[in-house]
Design a protein around this ligand. Structure first.
Ligand code: KIV
Length: 261
């Protein structure tokens, strides 16, 4: 990287196809979220190949109770900030709640995120959004799926529950995953899927599965970066053990500084 964060000439840009190809090489895919320039740049400098401007921004940055309040304008704003880091990583962004209810709105909003700097988009659901996924891919925008617990449905579902424990649920997930693959998804995030079902899905589909709270055996893992670093200490999902208590360290530094002035 040079000082302005541009890729140097020896680093090859990571594409959706390159992420997909990591599965056949059995190379684990490490993915993390970023919502701004410095975090995108840091993750990129460490060599994280897939960076997601997640709509988790609503909870860990904007102070919303869940992701359903996040707007397209907010996603564009944070995507633009992340894209200014010009990462070598593939930069994906979430289509927010109700922004992909029809094929037309899905393509129009995916184009807006692409114009803001996203190199791929993610949306939640399987067969229910297959036509939208096909149209987004046909518009030339790589698509990342999201199955299992769907945070944008948390209100209807009454909480964050593990999916795929029952045979019937496992079959639904398999059918949804196949539908996304057929529509052209280059990978699928599996959130809170029972580990046995996550393994079955990983073996059944040709594109990478990227797990979050779905056991260790997906093709990759993704975390909400503030959960990993402990910068949002007021809520940490059960399946994450923060590797840094950054909030505590920040409090201490700020208290020490306050005493000195
Ligand atoms: O919004 C987000 O951060 C996500 C991850 C949980 C995968 O979708």
């Amino acid at each position: 990287m040079d000082f302005e964060g541009r890729m140097n000439s020896t680093s090859e840009k990571i594409t959706a196809e390159a992420i997909r190809a990591m599965k056949s090489r059995r190379e684990k895919i490490a993915a993390l979220t970023a919502y701004d320039f410095p975090m995108t740049r840091l993750l990129d400098e460490v060599g994280i190949p897939l960076i997601l401007v997640g709509d988790s921004v609503g909870m860990v940055v904007l102070g919303y109770e869940d992701t359903t309040l996040v707007t397209m304008a907010e996603m564009e704003h944070h995507t633009r900030a992340a894209a200014r880091a010009k990462p070598r990583a593939l930069l994906a962004a979430d289509l927010p709640y109700r922004s992909y209810e029809t094929v037309e709105s899905a393509v129009a909003n995916a184009r807006r995120l692409a114009a803001a700097g996203a190199e791929a988009v993610k949306a939640e659901g399987g067969r229910a959004i297959q036509a939208q996924v096909r149209a987004i891919v046909a518009a030339g925008i790589p698509f990342l799926g999201h199955l299992g617990m769907l945070p944008q449905s948390v209100r209807e579902e009454g909480g964050y529950h593990v999916k795929g424990k029952l045979e019937a649920e496992r079959q639904v997930l398999l059918d949804d995953a196949q539908a996304l693959v057929e529509a052209g998804a280059f990978g699928i995030v599996l959130e809170l899927v029972s580990p046995a079902t996550a393994v079955a899905l990983t073996q059944a589909i040709p594109v990478p599965t990227i797990g979050i709270g779905s056991g260790p055996d997906c093709d990759g893992q993704i975390l909400v970066t503030p959960d990993l670093l402990g910068t949002f200490p007021w809520f940490t999902p059960r399946f994450v053990k923060p590797k840094l208590n950054a909030a505590e360290q920040m409090r201490k530094v700020i208290q020490d500084w306050k005493k000195l002035i």
